[in-house]
Design a protein around this ligand. Structure first.
Ligand code: ZN
Length: 220
């Protein structure tokens, strides 16, 4: 395990290696950012965002929390989505869950988890929404894995419910939403193939926040 002091040595080595391949690297980074991707993932230390995507500094705007959740009352994640969509104009929004997620596992326990209760209740709500499918899976680990996928899917839907994403779609036609699950056991990213337009049209009658009526007309 890396010691605290070694982190600063690592930092200096990293600076040297960056400058060796591009002497302007830090000058360019300091100027501005135009990342095409917003990534919303779990805080789990075993899911290193940039590494698993093969992306360099400046290529992905990142938000992480326990269970990769997108609750509409959380100012943090809502602010990140708004800034990424409205100001950075990202083209793709990714919600990435992962198998063996401690947050999802904790939410499956019938237990008082203190301050984590209101946060993890978002995952319990996903369980309630998909109870029939989940309870039909007899193997507990398979049920746990499926809840990881369904939680990721529901958080994608929460992203699509936001005004920023809906307005960006109406204005720019971006097909922006993706749901992925990362497998800690082999490093693979699984694309849940979220049907962005399908979800958008499905939920628009209740969650349409564009004020334009354009999405309503789309489906007629
Ligand atoms: Zn997790």
């Amino acid at each position: 395990m890396t010691t605290y002091n070694e982190i600063f040595e690592n930092n200096r080595r990293w600076i040297a290696s960056k400058l060796a391949s591009d002497s302007e690297f830090f000058g360019k980074m300091a100027n501005s950012q135009t990342p095409p991707y917003l990534y919303i993932g779990c805080s789990d230390s075993r899911v290193p965002t940039n590494e698993i995507m093969g992306l360099e500094a400046g290529e992905v705007f990142v938000h992480r929390n326990i269970g990769n959740l997108v609750p509409n009352t959380d100012l943090n994640v809502m602010g990140v989505i708004n800034y990424a969509v409205v100001h950075l104009q990202v083209k793709h929004i990714i919600v990435c869950g992962h198998y063996n997620c401690g947050g999802v596992k904790a939410a499956m326990q019938a237990k008082d988890l203190g301050i984590l209760n209101p946060w993890l209740r978002n995952i319990r709500d996903v369980y309630r929404l998909h109870m029939d499918e989940l309870n039909a899976i007899e193997d507990e680990h398979a049920r746990y894995n499926r809840l990881v996928e369904l939680n990721t899917q529901e958080q994608c839907i929460n992203v699509i419910k936001t005004a920023a994403v809906q307005k960006s779609y109406v204005a720019n036609g971006y097909h922006t939403e993706h749901g992925w699950v990362y497998d800690l056991k082999n490093g693979l990213l699984k694309d849940l193939e979220i049907d962005f337009e399908g979800v958008l049209h499905e939920i628009q009658k209740i969650y349409d926040l564009t004020g334009s009526g354009l999405m309503q007309k789309d489906s007629e």
